[in-house]
Design a protein around this ligand. Sequence first.
Ligand SMILES: C[S@@+](CC[C@H](N)C(=O)[O-])C[C@H]1O[C@@H](n2cnc3c(N)ncnc32)[C@H](O)[C@@H]1O
Length: 185
Amino acid sequence: MNKNAIAEVKETIEKNIAEGNPYWNISPETAQYIISLLNTAEPKRVLEIGTSIGYSAICIGEALVAWDGTLITIESHDERFALAQKNIEDSTLENIIQVKGHAPEIFLNIEGTFDLCFFDATKYEHLSYFNALKERLNPGGIIITDNMISHNKELAEYKKTVEDDPQFESKLVDVGTGLLVSRKL
Ligand SMILES: C[S@@+](CC[C@H](N)C(=O)[O-])C[C@H]1O[C@@H](n2cnc3c(N)ncnc32)[C@H](O)[C@@H]1O
């Protein structure tokens, strides 16, 4: 891993974010919050839904190096998948596995359990991601869901379902577009 290469890729994407965020990447502040959560929880196996061009994936992958963790990240859009491939290659990070396809179908082809999931794709599908993945999340595992404040109406049913689930303890964090951080008990 080359720290300068990672910083260079992140800096280029952060310029895009500041100039209008055409690829809907999380904000650098949101990335910082997620990194601090990762540093506390030290998840070994992480799943991201919604790679876009790889900004959050690179931030997560960089943090995971410290405890030899792996990120699997899913993206369905051809052009964004290819841009992410280039960015991840340029970053020199080797612990990021990119998977191309529609997330609910991809889950069926990925085996094993996860320590942390980051939901950052189509909002109306979040409930189906939760239902498909909650039993595959290890005890103490975490689901982070983005856009919970910016899209609070669209995500109201999702929020209620997760908050009412006795297996989970959730808190809404007012950073970026709003994160719901849900820990499996
Ligand atoms: C908000 S962007 C992700 C931003 C990225 N996490 C970041 O912060 O750098 C959402 C991405 O999810 C992808 N997406 C939406 N629904 C999907 C699905 N069902 N399966 C895979 N990818 C999906 C979109 O193509 C889009 O690129």
